[in-house]
Write a protein that binds this ligand. Structure first.
Ligand code: DC
Length: 217
C-alpha cells in the first residue's frame, strides 16, 4: 500500500456511505471527509442568509466568505459547529438543490481536492470517484434499494424525534436520487473503475469488512 492513498466512496442517499466511511477511516487510521456535509452546510447558510438560488452575485459573495472544515468529527461552518443543524429533512433538500449550482460545486470541489492531497483520506459523496478524486487508489460505489435506504433513514429520524412518515421519507429519497442522477453538473454515477457493493440486507460490520477487503487486496 502507498504511503498516501485515497478511498472514494460514492452512492445514493441513505446507502450507508458515512457510517461505513467513518468505520473504515477508524480501522485504517485515516481522515474521513464527508462531502455531503459540505453541501448541507452551504444549503443551510443560503437559507439562513435568505440568498435565493438565482441570485448569482449574492451567492458568489457568500461563498467567498464561507469557511467549512472538519475538526475531530465536527462539521465547522464559519467557526460554528453545525452537526445537528445540517441533518434536518429541510436541509437535506436544500443541499440537494444547492449542489446543482456551478459556483457551489466549484468552490467545494476545490476545497475537497485540497483535503485529499496532503494525507490519506476516505472521502464520500456523489462525484468523488468520477470527478473530485478521479485518480483515487480505491473507488467504491455503495448502493441499496430505495426501500431499504428509506427504511434506514426513517429509523434514524424516528430516533431523533422527527415525525416524517415512511412514505414521505421514501418519496424524499426518490426525489433526491432523481436530482442527484439527472443534474447537469457531475451527476451521481458509478465510475468505470469503481467496485459496486450492494448493501441491501447487509449489516454494517459486513459492509465494513467488504470495503476493507477491497482496500487490503
Ligand atoms: O450525502 P448527503 O445526503 O449528506 O448529501 C447531501 C446532498 O449533497 C445530496 O443530495 C447531493 C449533494 N452532494 C453532491 O452533490 N456531491 C457530493 N460529493 C456530495 C453530496
Amino acid at each position: 500500500m502507498k504511503d498516501i492513498y485515497r478511498i472514494a466512496i460514492d452512492g445514493p442517499s441513505g446507502a450507508g456511505k458515512s457510517t461505513i466511511a467513518k468505520a473504515v477511516a477508524k480501522a485504517l487510521n485515516i481522515d474521513y471527509i464527508d462531502t455531503g456535509a459540505m453541501y448541507r452546510a452551504v444549503g443551510y447558510k443560503m437559507d439562513k442568509k435568505g440568498i435565493p438560488f438565482e441570485e448569482c452575485e449574492a451567492l458568489d459573495a457568500m461563498l467567498e466568505s464561507t469557511d467549512i472544515d472538519f475538526v475531530g468529527g465536527d462539521v465547522i461552518l464559519d467557526g460554528e459547529v453545525v452537526n445537528a443543524l445540517i441533518r434536518t429533512p429541510e436541509v437535506s433538500m436544500l443541499a440537494s438543490q444547492c449542489s446543482q449550482l456551478a459556483p457551489v460545486r466549484t468552490k467545494l470541489v476545490e476545497i475537497q481536492r485540497g483535503m485529499g492531497q496532503r494525507k490519506s483520506v476516505i472521502m464520500d459523496g456523489r462525484d468523488i470517484g468520477t470527478n473530485v478524486l478521479k485518480d483515487a487508489e480505491y473507488k467504491i460505489f455503495l448502493t441499496a434499494s430505495a426501500e431499504e435506504r428509506a427504511n434506514r433513514r426513517f429509523k434514524e429520524l424516528q430516533e431523533k424525534g422527527e415525525n416524517q412518515t415512511y412514505e414521505e421519507v421514501l418519496e424524499d429519497i426518490k426525489q433526491r436520487d432523481h436530482n442527484d442522477m439527472t443534474r447537469e453538473l457531475n451527476p451521481l454515477r458509478k465510475a468505470d473503475d469503481a467496485i459496486e457493493v450492494d448493501t441491501t440486507g447487509m449489516g454494517i460490520d459486513e459492509v465494513v469488512a467488504a470495503v476493507l477487503d477491497i482496500v487490503n487486496k
